[in-house]
Ligand binder design. Structure first.
Ligand code: ADP
Length: 240
């Protein structure tokens, strides 16, 4: 666990450095975007030139998204943890998730019994879930099932002490991860999505969960799908 924390601190330092670079880079990207928009407004612009300008804009917009991701990754958001009802927090975001997932992916959110509360920042919780849902969506380009199950769970930790958690299982029926991807998934900037990925989604998830005193596991099989298992320390008093 200690080693894991040290690793996270190293990643945080790396993230902070990247955030500095990203900040300068975003300025450059914005200037390029502005002038490319101006090129498109040149009178009697050849259609081909307009087409190329649009391609430049598309690429720059991807660059803008990437730099924003990197910047928010390095930034120390003020975190205000509070008592959180996982079920209520999930149903609050599930409408947004359905919109993001579109018609091809069926989302189910459910618990199998009484669930304890956790102690964490509500917007960090949402950010964590959003990253997991977006990854699931990317893994199911031609549709599928996304199940979010949550329940109280007892997990033996590394010192073999019994610790109690609220477990959240985010299970998709998507492409799955091969061994190499699974081993590298939590490394900053590791992505299999080329230009479309930042390789920061799971790093952010890992960081948020670690801050809350929890842990993350991946269970995945190529061609079958992936389950991200989130364990958050629970506090006394189950809901319902
Ligand atoms: P990004 O999504 O930008 O690539 P992440 O850190 O969120 O960055 O994910 C890293 C990599 O882990 C992804 O590129 C993908 O290969 C793999 N991955 C993450 N979630 C899933 C999933 N639900 N199914 C399959 N592969 C996944």
């Amino acid at each position: 666990y200690q080693r894991h924390l040290m690793e996270l601190h190293r990643m945080e330092a790396l993230g902070r450095m990247a955030a500095g670079v990203a900040h300068d880079f975003r300025g450059i990207v914005s200037i390029a975007l502005g002038f490319t928009e101006l090129i498109r407004r040149v009178p009697n612009l050849a259609p081909q030139a307009d087409h190329y300008a649009q391609r430049v804009i598309d690429a720059l917009q991807r660059g803008q998204t990437l730099t924003q991701e990197i910047m928010s990754f390095g930034k120390d958001d003020p975190v205000s943890p509070r008592v959180l009802d996982v079920g209520a927090a999930l149903s609050k975001c599930s409408h947004m998730f359905r919109v993001l997932l579109g018609a091809g992916i069926r989302l189910r959110v459910r618990s199998s019994g009484p669930v304890s509360r956790v102690f964490m920042d509500a917007s960090q919780f949402e950010r964590m879930m959003l990253n997991l849902v977006l990854n699931a969506r990317d893994a199911m380009p031609s549709g599928g099932d996304l199940d979010i199950d949550y329940e109280d769970a007892i997990v033996g930790d590394e010192d073999d002490e019994r610790a109690t958690y609220v477990a959240i299982y985010v299970r998709d029926s998507g492409a799955g991860m091969d061994e190499m991807t699974r081993l590298n998934a939590f490394k900053p900037f590791f992505t299999t999505k080329g230009d479309r990925g930042t390789g920061l989604g799971l790093v952010i998830v890992d960081q948020i969960v670690a801050r809350a005193g929890g842990r993350v596991k991946i269970d995945s099989e190529v061609g079958r799908g992936t389950t991200l298992q989130i364990y958050l320390p629970r506090i006394a008093g189950a809901v319902r």
